[in-house]
Design a protein around this ligand. Sequence first.
Ligand SMILES: [Fe+2]
Length: 463
Amino acid sequence: MTDVAEEDPYLARGFAPLRQEFDCPDLAIEGALPPELLGTYYRVGPNPQFAPRPPYNPLMGDGMVHAFRIAHGRVGYRNRWVRTGRWVRENAAGRALFATAGPFGDDPEAGPRPPDGVANTSLVWHAGRLLALEEGAPPVAIDPVTLETLGPYTFGGALPRNMTAHPKTDPATGALVLFANLPRGRLTGELALHEADAAGVLSAARMVQGPHASIVHDFAITPNFAVFVVCPVTLSLERARAGGPLIAWEPQAGVEALVVPRAGGEPLRFATAPCMVWHVMNAFEDGGRIVLDLCEQDVAMFPTVDGAAPDAGRAAQRLARWDLDPGRPGGVTRRRLHDFVCEYPRIDERRTGRPYRYGYVAGLGGPGTGDLFQRGLARFDHATGEMAVWDAGPGVAVSEPVFAPRGPEEGDGWLLANTYDEASEAGSLVVLDASDVAAGPVARARLTHRMPMGFHGLWIPQP
Ligand SMILES: [Fe+2]
């Protein structure tokens, strides 16, 4: 890589791109791999094919999918770049052509930007398809075994443009509830809500008007509602053309939570004090109220409108519960659930949108801590308020945890995550008993190469 790449913290250490594609049929395993654990753990993240055109925005680095296939006491590993239009064009040119940090700055020879984005953020399995997701573009279908790129997936042409990286599967119906932020590609604050039924048939968009164009990265569902949190991160092309930030932290805009009836009807709107929310843990209905659990931070890591640097010391993320009560003036009660600094909230997804007890997070590092990486995993118990923590040890970064079910009870299963060890420059898959996170891994499958810390993961059980 070039000097530019080496100087960028998002291209170094645990974020340094992997330059190869591997097929490792049988990884070395430590501990006792549970015999009932059969399936594939997938991970996706940014992994630029070439040294990016500076400045580098990791949210737009080329997606690479990693898969750990677990069966019969063995773990096989494979990784592949997603062959997006952008990846193919740059591969042919032998260098980066497209800017990652905004709409400007492409190489003069780059040509129009391909519409399928970078497929680097998350993955979902729906209607027999594995989809790599990035919120500004349509999904890209991936072969779940070979990881071959099958191409952009638009639900048979029904998806007009882009789709969130965080769709939600309704466990009662198998429907995939999804949205598009800025669905027309204009910075107007629109959100488009869709549902794909269990067979993959996508509904027409329902347009919801948010207060302003923002980063709406995640959302929540309940049986009857979709819940959005629009934070005071504003997007403005005019500001960018004038030399200001395209994306800015503008706290005076406050927060608006929108509760949108899935069956149709006007959204309920709740105004509350400024914060930034990237990821939601879950939501559920409690009488007439909506209970929304999320990770919030006091400030977003974006410059203010005048270009001033963000206050990194206030960027720590913590779990919070918001009660949205349409029957009460003001309507929003917020409380911190725990002081543990954490991100990447996940659950046993059989409880999506329903009352639930356990949430899983990555913590011990991350924004606001002076450490770019999370260094441990934890389980939060809503019934007791306890956070059970596993510290992965010095110099080890840990990804978001993904829950793999075992028995029918909520929380009976395993947590899967991948790690990066700075000392050995190698990665691993770790398997923890989800009911005893503090005990650490029951099994570990070791890579002999580095696996960059990505964004989100997925477990697909074998039938
Ligand atoms: Fe995300």
